[in-house]
Design a protein around this ligand. Structure first.
Ligand SMILES: *Cc1c(COP(=O)(O)O)cnc(C)c1O
Length: 477
């Protein structure tokens, strides 16, 4: 299994070569040269596997240059009920990512029972073990530079803290995250974790990461790596739970399932697209957005029009406050018939005009791809949280509410629909209180989080300042 760049400008490379890199050197994203295929027969054989066994089977398809025994060890130590145990009382944590059915044909895929109470732990905890493993083998170190709108940062820090040979430099938009999110990240006192609050939006922070990683001399000298959702190993690890959810939902290999996915950087729903490309019977992928509706607009019109930070709203589903979806290029690559010249053309246009419009043939490919989209407002979100609580006694976070709201509008009658739960309500107490009139339950062990001392450095949104800081704190070898 070889990986190529969506822009076609770098030699093919293996899984363990690309997992430590962020963007490819030509500015593109790594994708498998061909998607591995999973037959109905194999799907049938996967019924009854534990989550860790399923993770091993799926990862083995992507990580052809790793020993299966090594993959199995990483998966068996990552996907345990001890790591994924922070969800609702009464949850079957042994399943790691259980589907809970609110109705016979409408379920919630619980992905947020990991240490930071968001779905990003599903891939990130694995990434922590994988990085340590790969770095030890290569006898090298890694300075992880990332940008977060709230949940990536904490998931990365909890996965990497205390790990050998790894430091984390995490940029977050100053003042734009929930109290709980800030406390989770900034209360970490580990020596290898550096929190930097950037005076700007998430997109400003992400632009700095791109600028620093784009300086190839600096990147090489300081061993800069990425854990943002463009990291291929993360995407591949997210593919696993689509298979797991489908296996829980169906009894026949011919049954299709719809997934509704609260979306921002398009990583989570991209994993669903890849699962579908691999042969998983997926009827529809619903992209749920909030008021930052770049993706909604695209799936309605074929026009991808990014916004600047002044036009990115601060919403009550903040982890989706994104106006430039960093994984989108991987999907467009497939839509263009995997044509790197066309991807370069579209992204050049995007850089110049801040938008592109697909041609008729590409738009037809989008329509045939099974995607639909829906957008929610603050009022929709509140109403949905309240309705789901009143009707089912199930409390959902604002992002998951956007997903449910979209599912209700876009699902196909008669087809089982599963909404991905991307965070637990405890992370967004203020919005939950506004919706239902009471604060969400705080999981055991998190009671005093907000009172813990915090460690964070605030900086103007300036790539050079971040470089200077990183160079000063790079431990070297
Ligand atoms: C990251 C995140 C999302 C968006 O996921 P993408 O992969 O960026 O599309 C949605 N909800 C929550 C709670 C998140 O943390």
């Amino acid at each position: 299994m070889q990986y190529v760049s969506t822009r076609g400008g770098v030699p093919a490379a293996s899984y363990s070569e690309i997992v430590l890199q962020g963007l490819a050197r030509d500015g593109g994203l790594f994708v498998p040269k061909v998607y591995p295929q999973v037959s109905k027969e194999t799907l049938k054989n996967w019924r009854g596997l534990s989550y860790a066994q399923l993770a091993t089977a799926v990862t083995s398809l992507f990580a052809k240059d790793m020993q299966r025994s090594d993959i199995a060890r990483l998966c068996e130590t990552t996907y345990t009920p001890e790591v994924y145990c922070h969800g609702r009382e009464g949850t079957d944590f042994k399943k790691i990512a259980p589907v809970v059915w609110l109705e016979n044909d409408f379920g919630i895929l619980e992905l947020s029972n990991g240490p930071t109470l968001a779905f990003k732990d599903m891939a990130m905890q694995y990434l922590g073990s994988l990085f340590e493993f790969v770095l030890a083998r290569k006898e090298t170190r890694l300075n992880i530079l990332g940008a977060t709108s709230g949940d990536t940062g904490s998931a990365a820090e909890y996965a990497m803290k205390g790990r050998e040979g790894i430091q984390v430099f995490m940029l977050s938009p100053a003042g734009r995250m929930s109290k709980f999110q800030k406390a989770q990240m900034y209360s970490l006192q580990d020596k290898n974790i550096f929190n930097i609050a950037v005076q700007g939006s998430f997109d400003d922070a992400q632009d700095i990461v791109k600028a620093v990683s784009g300086d190839l001399t600096f990147k090489t000298e300081h061993h800069i790596g990425a854990v943002n959702s463009i990291n291929w190993a993360r995407i591949a690890a997210q593919v696993i739970y689509y298979f797991s959810a489908w296996l829980q939902a169906t009894e026949s290999e011919d049954e299709e399932v719809t997934f509704s996915v609260p979306s921002g950087n398009f990583g989570d729903v991209l994993a669903g697209w890849i699962a579908k490309q691999m042969g998983l019977p997926v009827a529809r992928l619903i992209v749920a957005t909030n008021e930052n509706d770049v993706l909604y607009e695209f799936f309605r019109s074929g026009r991808y029009r990014i916004r600047d930070s002044a036009h990115t709203f601060v919403t009550s589903s903040p982890s989706m406050d994104i106006s430039k979806a960093s994984n989108f290029e991987r999907y467009i690559y497939d839509i263009t018939g995997r044509n790197p010249e066309r991807v370069v053309e579209l992204w050049t246009e995007l850089a110049q005009k801040k938008e592109f419009l697909l041609n008729a043939e590409e738009w037809a490919a989008v329509k045939a791809s099974g995607f639909t989209a829906s957008r929610s407002t603050h009022a929709d979100r509140l109403a949905c949280i309240k309705r789901v609580w009143d009707q089912y006694g199930f409390l959902v976070d604002p992002h998951t509410a956007d997903g449910i709201n979209a599912a209700v509008k876009e699902r196909i009658p008669g087809v089982k629909t599963i909404c991905l739960e991307t965070a637990l309500p405890a992370k967004f107490a203020a919005t939950i209180k506004e919706a239902v009139g009471f604060e969400p339950p705080v999981p055991a062990g998190y009671e005093d989080l907000l009172e813990k001392p915090q460690k964070v450095l605030e900086m103007p949104a300036d790539a050079q300042l971040v470089k200077n800081f990183l160079a000063e704190h790079d431990v070297g070898k």
